[in-house]
Design a protein around this ligand. Structure first.
Ligand code: HAM
Length: 413
């Protein structure tokens, strides 16, 4: 039996890294006063069709869809924004007194993509959604938070790409002009389909993108008000020393965006986070219109970026004490000792596999145990244990009542 393609088993250091990363991120979002929301891992497939859009790759090609016993169509969630908006509407979280809603989530998403570096079929996203305000301050907060997460992790060599999407009537005019220009270019098979179904998506094409440098800039289709907003947003970010690169080909892979969009890439060009403003989604999913913006990080991509930079975010794994009982009576006593040390806050483990002394010593070295506590009948009778202090290569006798103090002193040195 093997794991499904594009998935990963997490254990040992990687599991610790995931945990450590989540803790750091939780700390940062807490500073910005975001509250956690957990939504189901599967939803009605219709939710994603209506939100992300039926002509996007995420919905048309990558969704894990299944029918339940009552033949209803469900999908494993490919992203977190639509489920959050669904939950906000269903639980009536949108009432005036509760606004703005500042929500964050951390969980698995599923996309049937061709597995490769940074592209998995099951991956974790950490995302935030800021629902209620429609302002430069809100957009600034979102981007600032994304950058803050990266800085807190020690990932500094990133680039922030930003764009402002044309919307409403202007989009139709822009798309018409875009199509005219694209008809002069030789496009890949996918783009030839997209030109009919969803021309904006073409700009995102990894194969053809290099041909698009001379295409009309969508910025020219913005209203004066939108242009001013975009300018002020960039200014506001610059004031916070967040340098942004304007990228008029940045369209994002989901249809719900309605204005400012952004992506942050690491030095290898891998997109770590993407997001933007989506002012119509709440209305499109059945609520009164409520503006919103947000982003999501790919957690595995963050971990890889940290590995590439040799940044270790989880503490070096170690044990404060490893207990080795060498008689039947000592084994009984060990349970008490384990409880005592763990209650005092020490990471402690025990020779559960009954390894002989030599193998147990070797094993404790692998666990990076600072102290090995040895007890046999002789020690029990004397009311002591033997502690082998690994870093000092020292062996001392310690009275039962002094074990905790001794272990805590060894941690200080
Ligand atoms: P997205 O760009 O589709 O946006 O995904 C966000 C991030 O998830 C990407 O930048 C990437 O780091 C990670 N990601 C996407 N697909 C994969 C994959 N197959 N394997 C590994 N990582 C992946 C969204 O999902 C939007 N919901 C973001 C958002 C929130 N916009 C507004 N609010």
């Amino acid at each position: 039996m093997q794991k499904p393609r594009g998935t990963e088993d997490l254990f040992e250091l990687k599991a610790r890294d995931f945990f450590a990363l989540e803790m750091i991120i939780r700390h940062v979002v807490d500073l910005y006063n975001y509250k956690e929301i957990r939504t189901p891992i599967f939803e009605m497939a219709e939710l994603f069709k209506k939100s992300a859009g039926v002509n996007t790759d995420v919905v048309a090609k990558e969704m894990y869809i299944f029918n339940d016993k009552k033949n209803r169509e469900f999908a494993l969630r490919p992203e977190g924004t639509a489920p959050v908006v669904r939950a906000v509407l269903e639980n009536k979280l949108y009432i005036e007194e509760k606004l703005p809603l500042k929500l964050f989530y951390f969980g698995q998403m599923f996309r049937y993509e061709r597995p490769q570096n940074g592209r998995k079929r099951q991956f974790y996203q950490f995302g935030v959604e800021l629902i209620g305000p429609d302002s430069i301050e809100a957009d600034t907060e979102i981007l600032c938070l994304a950058v803050n997460v990266l800085n807190s992790l020690g990932l500094q060599n990133y680039k922030v790409y930003i764009n402002y999407l044309v919307i409403k009537e202007a989009r139709e005019k822009y798309i018409l002009d875009l199509k005219k220009q694209l008809s002069n270019l030789k496009l890949c098979d996918d783009c030839n389909l997209r030109i009919i179904s969803n021309p904006l998506r073409i700009l995102d094409c990894k194969i053809d993108q290099h041909k698009f440098n001379d295409l009309i800039n969508m910025k020219e289709y913005l209203t004066n008000e939108q242009k001013q907003y975009y300018l002020n947003l960039i200014k506001s970010l610059n004031n916070l020393e967040i340098k942004v690169i304007e990228d008029n080909l940045l369209v994002r892979g989901l249809d719900y965006y309605t204005g400012f969009v952004f992506e942050i890439k690491d030095e290898n060009g891998i997109t770590l986070v993407g997001g933007g403003r989506y002012n119509n989604l709440v209305g499109e999913l059945g609520g009164n219109n409520l503006p919103a913006c947000g982003f999501a990080f790919g957690v595995e991509r963050l971990i890889t970026a940290l590995e590439n930079k040799k940044i270790s975010i989880s503490q070096l794994a170690y044990l404060d004490a490893y207990i080795l009982a060498i008689s039947e009576r000592a084994k009984t006593f060990s349970s008490i000792l384990l409880l005592m040390l763990r209650s005092a806050g020490f990471r402690t483990d025990y020779n559960f596999m009954n390894k002989n002394i030599k193998s147990a010593f070797k094993y404790s070295e692998k666990l990076n145990a600072k102290n090995i506590i040895i007890i046999g009948d002789k020690e029990l009778n004397e009311g002591i244990v033997i502690i082998k202090e690994q870093d000092k290569k020292n062996e001392i006798k310690v009275k039962f009542e002094e074990i905790v103090t001794h272990i805590s002193r060894s941690g200080e040195k």
